[in-house]
Each structure stands twice: as structure tokens, then as C-alpha cells.
Design a protein around this ligand. Structure first.
Ligand code: FPP
Length: 246
């Protein structure tokens, strides 16, 4: 069965952008140069996403665990994201991109926070593509936070109600992830969009993130469209097996 993209909506793609450091080292460059090259790949991906039927794109820019990296690399990543928002925010808006940042906000530098707030406000009405950047993000923390917030209004709570509230908190704006891509050759989820990806199709590629381009995104989306998604049910019967109306 060929997967059909919902009419007028499009799919939600999550990307774990891995391989910046290894790509840079192989070129004899610093790891930070790899992250800078990663921005060009983000730009290419954002530009090609809408025409490939992508409605929501959630990219993993900085995890809670990334604080363990040398402080100079951490600061550089924040600086690079800030420059991206400052220099490209207006272009994104003109292209119809709504920008949103997910993750903790209390530990990121103030200057970056200001840029994020500005970009989110300026692009709030755009609808061509919803670009979500995960910064200081952990899927486990986001689930725990949603559950903690729900418990503040707790009365006669059931597991089912809790599940509905967490789903609403995490996916009301973006929907579930349909396709989760990881570049850089590793095959793990690294605490990314775990709730939202319950039924996501997974696509792993050896391409390093700075090399990722439109053809890679197109290959992943095409592979996704070829896969049969059953959501735990049985395959849909082929027409010859359908009961005949008498
Ligand atoms: C993982 O590669 C990449 C990161 C932790 C940072 C990703 C950040 C960017 C691409 C910067 C720009 C982002 C936006 C949204 C403008 P790695 O460093 O773990 O690579 P390695 O596994 O080869 O060491």
C-alpha cells in the first residue's frame, strides 16, 4: 500500500542532525566549522521541505546532554543558532515559515532567547512550513514536564486522561512525527521526540549532516511514502478480498 499524504496538510518530519563534528574533522576543520556547515544544510532542508509535502519540520539543534560538551563548543552552537535567527528570520518569514523553539528556556543565553522570542512573534502567522528547533531539549523531560503540569489540575486522574493530556501538550501544534530521520550513520533516538514518534517511520542515513541536501530529504520522504503504516492494525484488504455486497 502506498502511503498517501493527507490532502492539504503534509507530513511532520523530525531530524537528528548528526555528523557535524566528524564531517569537519575529516576535512581538517574545527568541530565548530562543522556546525557552521550544518546551518547551510538546515537552510537547504527548510527550502525544499514544503515542495516535498513536509508541513512540520522539527530539527534537533542542542540536547540537554549536549551541555557535557566543552563550553567553547556549546557557546559556539548558541552563537550560530542566534546568527541564523537574526540573519535569516526575515527571509524565513517571507517564505511563509513559522518558527518555534521547543525545549527548556531557562538555561540558554539571554541574547539567544531574545532572538528566539522575536523570530517566534514575527513568524507566528506563517503557514507554509512550521519549523521547530529543539534547543536544550530532552524528550523524557518534555514528557515529565507535561505530566507534572497535568497533575497540578489533578482530580480523579486516570492513565487514559493523563495520556490524552500529554498527547495534547506535546502534539497539539505539530501533530505526531510521521518520519524521523537521523544522519551520521548512528541508529539511535537520543532522547528525541519519543512520545511524538510512537508510530514514526525511521530513516537512518550515513550522510553527515553538513552534506544533507534536497535529494537526501526527497529519498527519505519517498521511502516513507512506500512504507505501509498500519498503526498496530492489520493490512487493509485488497479489493478482491473485500466482502461482496449482496
Ligand atoms: C550533532 O553533530 C550536531 C549538533 C549537536 C549541533 C547541531 C547544530 C547545528 C546544525 C547548528 C545550526 C542549527 C540551526 C537550527 C540553525 P555532532 O557534533 O554530534 O557530530 P559528531 O557526531 O560527528 O561529533
Amino acid at each position: 500500500m502506498i502511503m498517501q499524504i493527507r490532502e492539504g496538510s503534509g507530513i511532520h518530519v523530525g531530524i537528528i542532525m548528526d555528523g557535524n563534528g566528524r564531517w569537519a574533522t575529516r576535512q581538517g576543520l574545527s568541530r565548530v566549522a562543522g556546525h557552521r556547515a550544518g546551518v547551510a544544510a538546515v537552510r537547504r532542508t527548510v527550502e525544499s521541505a514544503p515542495e516535498l509535502g513536509v508541513r512540520v519540520l522539527t530539527v534537533y539543534a542542542f540536547s540537554e546532554d549536549n551541555w557535557a560538551r566543552p563550553s567553547q563548543e556549546v557557546e559556539s552552537i548558541f552563537w550560530i543558532i542566534r546568527a541564523f535567527l537574526r540573519l535569516e528570520g526575515e527571509r524565513l518569514r517571507k517564505a511563509g515559515v513559522r518558527l518555534e523553539v521547543i525545549g527548556r528556556r531557562d538555561r540558554i543565553p539571554r541574547a539567544l532567547l531574545r532572538e528566539i522570542q522575536h523570530a517566534e512573534e514575527a513568524t507566528a502567522m506563517e503557514r507554509t512550513l512550521h519549523l521547530r528547533i529543539a534547543i536544550d531539549y530532552s524528550a523524557r523531560s518534555s514528557i515529565a514536564d507535561a505530566a507534572t503540569a497535568a497533575l497540578q489540575h489533578a482530580e480523579g486522574f486516570t492513565a487514559e486522561r493523563m495520556r490524552a493530556i500529554i498527547t495534547q501538550t506535546l502534539t497539539a501544534q505539530s501533530g505526531d512525527v510521521d518520519l524521523l530521520i537521523r544522519t551520521g550513520g548512528e541508529k539511535r533516538l537520543s532522547d528525541y521526540l519519543l512520545w511524538e514518534s510512537a508510530y514514526a517511520e525511521l530513516f537512518f542515513t550515513d550522510r553527515m549532516w553538513p552534506e544533507f541536501d534536497r535529494s537526501d530529504l526527497a529519498a527519505a520522504v519517498n521511502e516513507f511514502r512506500r512504507r505501509e503504516r498500519r498503526f498496530g492494525a492489520v493490512p487493509a484488504p485488497v479489493p478482491s478480498q473485500l466482502p461482496v455486497a449482496i
